[in-house]
Ligand binder design. Sequence first.
Ligand SMILES: C[S@@+](CC[C@H](N)C(=O)[O-])C[C@H]1O[C@@H](n2cnc3c(N)ncnc32)[C@H](O)[C@@H]1O
Length: 300
Amino acid sequence: MQPPTIKTVSDWLKTARQQIDTLDARLLLQHVTGFSRTDLICRPGTPLDEQAAQTLQELLRRRVAGEPLAYLTGETHFRARPFKVTPATLTPRPETEELVDVALVKLADLGRGSAVFSPLPQGERGENPHKILDLGTGAGVIAISLALEFPAAQVTACDLSPTALAVAEENATRLNARVRFLHSDWFSALADERFHLIVANPPYIPAADPHLAGDGLRHEPRIALTDEADGLTAIHAITAAAPHHLEPNGWLLFEHGYDQGESARRLLTAAGFTQVHTWRDLAGQERISGGMWVEQQTSG
Ligand SMILES: C[S@@+](CC[C@H](N)C(=O)[O-])C[C@H]1O[C@@H](n2cnc3c(N)ncnc32)[C@H](O)[C@@H]1O
């Protein structure tokens, strides 16, 4: 059978929609042609030049093969902001936006001097800012969102991958967010620095999980997805070391797998955290856990 003749944007959309999601087809078309959604709706007969048609066919082939849309367009949205992503960074997931929501609630408590924190001034950066640390920042989505949505904060972000850090730095510059980026194996570059809030979305997929080899995940950096063990190694390392980097009554919050809530609470409790809690995502799954670090009383 002859392949369909593609002369207009509407021809291409019709062909692509038989193979991939309609939204993905539209976003690929906009990415290649620069047309707006309104252009596509109001002028479906707009001609596609041969080069654009060829580029689109190649992107369609890669999307059908499972490459995440964000790697094909080089961009995704997180909390309504555009972020550059590359195959060196995880494609940010919508569940992670909810980690930022929980973090903002904890930061608001800090500002109010609620039951958990003594009040800190909401004034200029540098007066006595709320210090936040984002571990495993990837494309920088959590750190940059917090810096922009809680401007009184002083945000530090770390990653073991220098290529991911370069993308995160570019995103911070583009979005005009002030974030300090450090190349670090979890806390290794932080000496004895302390923070009011530590957030993390660590690699938590067990190495034996067959999804790692499936479409989508197999295109993402393995270091961002799995600890190459039972999925809890990074969570264990972070919960064990975080007390040395938290201010008194500071919080640690991290994302985990839907079936790791109980293990996350156990690790937090074993490390000495109080108010240990797990938040469910909008789909009802246990996806974020955290606890408060109350400074230990020294006797004598
Ligand atoms: C699940 S991704 C999260 C990326 C980003 N924070 C997000 O939520 O989209 C985990 C990140 O942890 C980083 N990572 C893995 N092992 C690390 C380590 N030992 N120290 C610091 N970062 C690490 C990976 O490079 C990756 O960027």
